[in-house]
Design a protein around this ligand. Structure first.
Ligand SMILES: Nc1ncnc2c1ncn2[C@@H]1O[C@H](COP(=O)(O)OP(=O)(O)O)[C@@H](O)[C@H]1O
Ligand SMILES: [Mg+2]
Length: 253
């Protein structure tokens, strides 16, 4: 469903992503791993249209994405969360998810937020859908709290609920377990599996290797912007180059 062909971008003199090619199929959970600065978030920014590649092609369901603005890419069915949580702290938990629904028909998160006040006919339907996704991530009981009052782990789940509310076919998660405790990470793992059960594919950037190795069907390894390896978790764990560049020896099983 997603195909990257020779994708590259540089910032000034720094080639952040170099000639990266990989694909993922429908229903897959794929992980993108690598050291800090490897280009993982930049790749998410390229896929979601926040950056335009200097080289290469990005195809989603066989149609090229590069050049399209982020809201059009979202409308085609790609949604994401951010490495640094981006919520509307002054809005309630429920309203934050409702913004996700509005994104499907408007020009972006911020303009969507400005349009939130009621009076729109679809308001009730949007509210019901938002409640569904809040319940899906286990946050229904916090619906009326301010988002800024949630602990970090719940804020990350809220961001996932908001991304799901856009009804994506592909969800990109950027370090969703960062800052979470073990119990929260276990819950996140279940939610990632549940997301796939809903028919949504997941591309996951994550440093927590126990989570990554457990959920991923396939792993892509980036190092210094380049694709270092691609394969099943067991192959990646044994790959000497991946061990040298990133994993260390802990993950050999
Ligand atoms: N907008 C930007 N302008 C300049 N340099 C950037 C920008 N975004 C990322 N970089 C640089 O590109 C490299 C890859 O960054 P990033 O994609 O955030 O890595 P990762 O997510 O794998 O840790 C880093 O060296 C980073 O400093
Ligand atoms: Mg990053």
């Amino acid at each position: 469903m997603l195909n990257l062909k020779g994708v590259g971008i540089s910032f000034g003199g720094l080639q952040a992503v170099k000639n990266v090619s990989f694909g993922m199929s429908r229903g897959q959970i794929k992980a993108l791993i690598g050291p800090n600065g490897a280009g993982k978030t930049t790749l998410f920014n390229l896929i979601t249209g926040m950056l335009r590649p200097d080289t290469g092609e990005i195809l989603f369901q066989e149609k090229p994405l590069q050049g399209l603005p982020p809201f059009q890419i979202a409308a085609q069915g790609i949604s994401r969360t951010f490495q640094i949580v981006q919520l509307f702290g002054h809005m309630t938990v429920l309203e934050n998810v409702m913004v996700g629904r509005h994104v499907r028909t408007s020009a972006g998160l911020f303009s969507a937020a400005l349009r939130l006040p009621s009076g729109r006919r679809e308001e009730a339907a949007i509210r019901a859908q938002a409640r569904y996704w809040l319940d899906f991530v286990g946050l229904a009981s916090r619906a009326d709290d301010y988002a800024s009052n949630l602990p970090l782990g719940y804020q990350r789940l809220l961001e996932i609920a908001r991304a799901l509310a856009t009804e994506p076919e592909l969800l990109l998660l950027d370090e969703p377990a960062a800052g979470l405790g073990i119990n929260e990470t276990d819950k996140l793992m279940e939610i990632i599996f549940d997301i796939r059960t809903q028919g949504i594919s997941v591309l996951l950037v994550e440093h927590d290797m126990s989570l990554t190795m457990e959920v991923a069907d396939e792993i892509v390894v980036l190092d210094h912007g380049e694709l270092l390896a691609e394969g099943a978790p067991r192959e990646i764990q044994r790959n000497p180059e991946v061990i040298a560049a990133y994993l260390g020896r802990d993950w050999q099983q």
